[in-house]
Design a protein. Structure first.
Length: 561
């Protein structure tokens, strides 16, 4: 290995070294003759020594595998779950420098990036983050970055109240993590102003923002920096993978999509364009960022006035910055070769700090400053926003004017040009509405009884209170009343339960079809107590029927052509 290492050090300028990790494993020294030449000015930024070391790590959660916490820790688990919204006790058994499998597009292994890349500062706002998930964020960023490119990781403590963050973090970081520093904010400011505070003291050419429960993976940094090196007005997002909130298993969320929103400003995703797929894994344009994880040059960020400092606590800043970037002369891309994992919490554990509807006020600010006549589509769905006092907007409007930014109509027609096809500003009418009655016993009706995301539901006596009015919407999903929850069958198993799930409007597990040809004499297998399916669903090529089984609704899968 040492010989190989030495050989690489002298030859890195002239030849490509990607077979190194393999070569190390198999103790074969790659012959220079077989290796393609590295163009001048480019570099293979992989750290093969580290990759080799990590490939040997074993233990809980290593190689990104699921870690099942032993049942004897159940009590500790429950306590930590409540305050974090994820299994923080499991995290505590997993090494801070745990290894992950490399799930990048295969071509990413061979990619070379400019040798002259800008330096980066990572900014991580946190409020009461769990100790080990916070440290793993910082450590994965430091360990997996080329020393010359990463200047610092700035942890911005948004007035956390957990004692260990106030008392122990500074000492721990000073003693163990030379590139990391902590900035404490005197009062709770919210993630947006916390990011601003970090960005103000950052020294790098590029600002990289991360959430406080993330893990950076193999060679994540150069793909974020290179598009910025080529044009400083490019903002670059990594692929955001999923760190399971229960087991910390590391997995892809998908292999790329373009960021978007619906007219209630929920974050949504649009399919890749054909050209994006063809160019994989090259960066592709994306209308809006998810929010938490991205790189932007410090120069461009401050030219844009940073974030609107009037945005409070959480929410809306991803739209503000995305609209601003596009409308004011920048571009936004996703870089498939940069992958960073994020724990999507099971639930948000923070209580509202007593400041009312901050998300509503943030959305109102963003809509008023950037969305022009399209703001009406939001207000039509959320009339209450019009009654909120969004505060003074003079400074934000002045920025838009000063930078001579384009209209929201330009953004909608040139950048997010396919958004309204999936999320029409004016919704087409429902296909059908009404109660859904059992065929077998006509006094029973489906009743979701105002249950929530993740809950099962069943049949109740028709017309007896409850929630028995459903809409088969133009999305071809089924929603109770006007609530944005949908019937969802996320498992392909026989008799998979039907749950209420947040509507995604994209078909799939939530696609239902009205089948007027149904008759109650159809045969079903299994022990079915009540059969009332008048609706069949098609998800891919599967067709199924809905019945009652052991007290809840299930769906019967029947493969069909
Ligand atoms: C998503 C984004 C998040 C942000 C948010 C909308 C991803 C993966 N996450 O929600 O970055 O854009 O949408 O605003 O795209 N925090 C504070 N102070 C607070 C509240 C939160 O510092 O008052 C920190 C928190 O510790 C975390 C970050 O802000 O590091 C984002 O908060 P989150 O993880 O609760 O947001 P998330 O991932 O649900
Ligand atoms: Mn987060």
């Amino acid at each position: 290995r040492q010989a190989l290492h030495d050989a690489r050090d002298v030859s890195v300028q002239v030849r490509k070294v990607t077979p190194q990790a393999k070569a190390l494993e198999h103790k074969i020294i790659a012959t220079p003759a077989n290796e393609p030449v590295v163009p001048r000015g480019y570099k293979d930024w992989h750290d093969y020594d580290r990759l080799f070391k990590e490939s040997k790590q074993i233990g809980p959660g290593e190689q990104g595998q699921a870690y099942n916490l032993p049942p004897k820790y159940q009590n500790e688990r429950d306590l930590l779950y409540k305050v974090n919204g994820f299994n923080a006790r499991a995290s505590d058994d997993i090494a801070l420098n745990r290894s992950l499998q490399d799930i990048r597009h295969p071509k990413c292994k061979e990619k070379l990036y400019l040798e002259a890349l800008p330096t980066a500062s990572v900014v991580v706002p946190f409020h009461n983050e769990h100790w080990t998930t916070l440290l793993r964020t910082a450590i994965s960023a430091v360990n997996r970055s080329p020393d010359t490119l990463l200047l610092e990781v700035i942890l911005v403590d948004d007035a956390s109240t957990k004692a260990f963050l106030k008392d122990k973090l500074d000492d721990y970081v000073r003693e163990n993590l030379p590139k990391v520093r902590v900035v404490h904010l005197p009062r709770r400011s919210g993630l947006i102003r916390a990011r601003l505070a970090g960005a103000k003291v950052a020294r790098g050419d590029v600002l990289i923002f991360l959430d406080s429960h993330t893990e950076c993976t193999t060679n994540w940094l150069p793909p974020l920096l290179e598009p910025i090196a080529k044009d400083y007005r490019t903002c670059v997002c990594p692929f955001i993978d999923v760190i399971d909130f229960e087991t910390f298993a590391y997995r892809a969320q998908d292999e790329g999509a373009r960021g978007a929103f619906d007219w209630e400003l929920f974050y949504k995703r649009l399919p890749l364009l054909e050209e994006d797929k063809k160019n994989m894994p090259e960066p592709f344009k994306s209308p809006v960022m998810a929010g938490g994880l991205f790189a932007i040059s410090s120069k461009f960020f401050w030219e844009l006035g940073g974030y609107d400092p009037g945005l409070d606590i959480w929410g809306g800043e991803q739209y503000e910055l995305s609209f601003k970037i596009w409308q004011c002369g920048g571009i936004m891309v996703d870089a498939p070769c940069s992958r960073i994992g994020h724990i999507y919490r099971k639930f948000a554990p923070f209580p509202n700090p007593g400041v009312g509807d901050f998300v509503g006020r943030n959305y109102r600010r963003v809509a008023e400053v950037w969305m022009d006549e399209y703001a009406e589509y939001l207000y039509k769905r959320r009339p209450s926003y019009l009654k909120l006092d969004a505060g003074d907007l003079t400074e934000q409007k002045a920025i838009r004017k000063r930078l001579n930014c384009k209209s929201f109509k330009w953004f909608m027609t040139q950048v997010a040009f396919d958004l309204t096809k999936v999320y029409p500003p004016v919704e087409p009418p429902n296909f059908a509405s009404g109660k859904i009655q059992s065929v077998a016993s006509s006094n029973l009706c489906v009743d979701t009884r105002f249950k929530h995301h993740g809950d099962r539901f069943d049949l109740q006596e028709c017309g007896r209170g409850g929630e028995q009015t459903f809409h088969l919407t133009w999305h071809k999903d089924i929603r109770p009343g006007k609530r944005p929850v949908c019937w969802d069958v996320s498992s392909g198993d026989a008799q998979a339960p039907i749950l209420l799930y947040n509507c995604h409007g994209m078909g799939g597990n939530q696609l239902w079809r009205y089948d007027p040809g149904f008759h109650s004499g159809d045969n079903f297998t299994g022990s079915v107590s009540v059969m009332y399916a008048v609706i069949v669903t098609t998800a891919n090529v599967l067709i199924s029927r809905v019945t009652m089984h052991s007290g809840h609704l299930v769906q019967h899968w029947k493969s069909s052509g």
